[in-house]
Design a protein around this ligand. Structure first.
Ligand SMILES: CCCCCCCCCCCC(=O)SCCNC(=O)CCNC(=O)[C@H](O)C(C)(C)COP(=O)(O)OP(=O)(O)OC[C@H]1O[C@@H](n2cnc3c(N)ncnc32)[C@H](O)[C@@H]1OP(=O)(O)O
Length: 179
């Protein structure tokens, strides 16, 4: 029988050390997170990404039909997730591993499902290990703003996830010993 402690010690074969700064990408250049590697596609609907010369990141995105909330419009959780993903790719596009520490989203208009959308993301400033990143989602064609986001990403070394596994194992051990 598998326990949560066993899971913490099981190597995750979808990851290799170099993946953290240079993850596998789709033909459209989209960096793939752990679960999306099996699908070889971004399950959130990010289809293409690129960094321009000015340092702005551009993403072609479409809300998958299974993320429908109200009639023909995206669940707000999808909008927040895809903005987290896109803004979080800005450090990655600069070969830097980071995690989201804070994220704020403004839902400006309902987001239609299955329509081409664009996300643009840029660095406002960097302070120590903190990257302050902003972005917005627009409808295509045209440039109507549907959502805006800003947040703080904190750079990590490649030991981040191993430290987390050790912390989780300690939590399990102390929960077991305290009954
Ligand atoms: C890989 C390929 C994938 C492939 C593609 C995948 C792309 C995914 C894109 C989406 C990204 C995500 O969703 S990431 C997943 C969601 N996020 C997480 O799991 C993060 C969970 N939280 C944490 O791990 C931690 O709380 C941290 C790392 C954020 C902070 O840890 P910590 O232990 O407090 O670290 P500490 O050294 O004290 O702080 C480090 C620095 O962060 C600052 N800091 C800490 N917390 C905050 C905060 N809430 N707001 C502002 N700043 C903060 C501190 O002031 C400090 O600045 P200074 O003094 O150093 O300047």
């Amino acid at each position: 029988m598998s326990t949560s402690g066993d899971r913490a010690r099981t190597p995750n074969r979808r990851w290799a050390g170099s993946d953290f700064q240079d993850p596998p990408r789709t033909a459209g250049g989209v960096a793939l997170c752990g679960a999306c590697r099996a699908a070889s596609a971004c399950r959130l609907g990010v289809e293409r990404e690129r960094l321009d010369e000015a340092g702005t990141a551009w993403f072609d995105v479409s809300c998958p039909h299974e993320q429908e909330g109200g009639p023909n419009v995206a669940h707000g959780g999808w909008t927040a997730s895809v903005l987290d993903e896109c803004l979080g790719h800005v450090p990655l596009l600069n070969s830097t591993l980071s995690v989201t520490a804070e994220l704020s989203v403004s839902f400006v208009k309902p987001v239609p499902v299955g329509r081409p959308l664009r996300v643009r993301a840029w660095v406002e400033k960097r302070e120590g290990s903190r990257w302050y990143i902003s972005g917005e989602m627009t409808l295509l064609p045209g440039r109507a703003v549907l959502a805006r986001a800003s947040g703080i990403w904190v750079t990590r070394d490649t030991g981040h996830f191993d430290r987390h596994e050790r912390w989780l194992a300690e939590q399990d051990a102390s929960a077991t010993s305290s009954g």
